[in-house]
Design a binder for this molecule. Structure first.
Ligand code: HEC
Ligand code: HEC
Length: 75
C-alpha cells in the first residue's frame, strides 16, 4: 500500500500504510479512527493530545511516544 501524506492543515505528516498493516488489521483503524478516504481526517494540534487518530497509539503515555521530527519529516 502506498504512503500517504496527511496535510490537511498544512503541516504534512507521513503515514506508511505498508508499515502499519504489518502490525495491525485494517479494522483497528478503519472506520473508527480513520475513514477510508485520504484527506478526511481533521487532525489539529488539539487532537494531538487526545485518543483520536494517530494519537490513540502515538503520544505521551502511549506505547510509542513520538517527537515532532518522526512524523513531520517534510516532503
Ligand atoms: C494504523 C492505522 C491504519 C491501518 C491499520 C490501515 N489504515 Fe488505511 N488509512 C489510514 C489513514 C491514516 C488513512 C488516511 C486518512 C486521511 O487521510 O484522512 C487511510 C486511508 C485509507 C484509504 C484511502 C486511500 C485514498 O487514497 O483515499 C484506503 C482505501 C485504506 N486506508 C485502506 C486500508 C486497508 C485495506 C487496510 C488494511 C489492509 C488499512 N487501510 C489499514 C490508517 C490505517
Ligand atoms: C493502532 C496503533 C497505531 C496507529 C493508529 C498509528 N500508529 Fe504509527 N506506529 C504504531 C506502532 C506500534 C509503530 C511501531 C513503533 C516502533 O517500532 O517502535 C508505529 C510506527 C510509526 C512510525 C515509524 C515508522 C515509519 O513508518 O517511519 C511513524 C512515522 C508512524 N507510526 C506514524 C503514524 C501516523 C502519522 C499515524 C496516524 C496517521 C499513525 N502512525 C497511527 C502504531 C500506530
Amino acid at each position: 500500500m502506498s504512503d500517504l501524506w496527511l496535510s490537511k492543515r498544512g503541516n504534512p505528516a507521513k503515514f506508511s500504510h505498508t508499515f502499519h498493516v504489518q502490525m495491525f488489521d485494517c479494522n483497528i483503524c478503519h472506520p473508527s479512527l480513520f475513514k477510508m478516504k485520504a484527506g478526511t481526517s481533521e487532525i489539529t494540534m488539539d487532537t494531538h493530545l487526545t485518543d483520536h487518530y494517530c494519537f490513540s497509539c502515538h503520544g505521551e503515555n502511549k506505547s510509542t511516544n513520538f517527537n515532532y521530527e518522526i512524523c513531520h519529516k517534510g516532503r
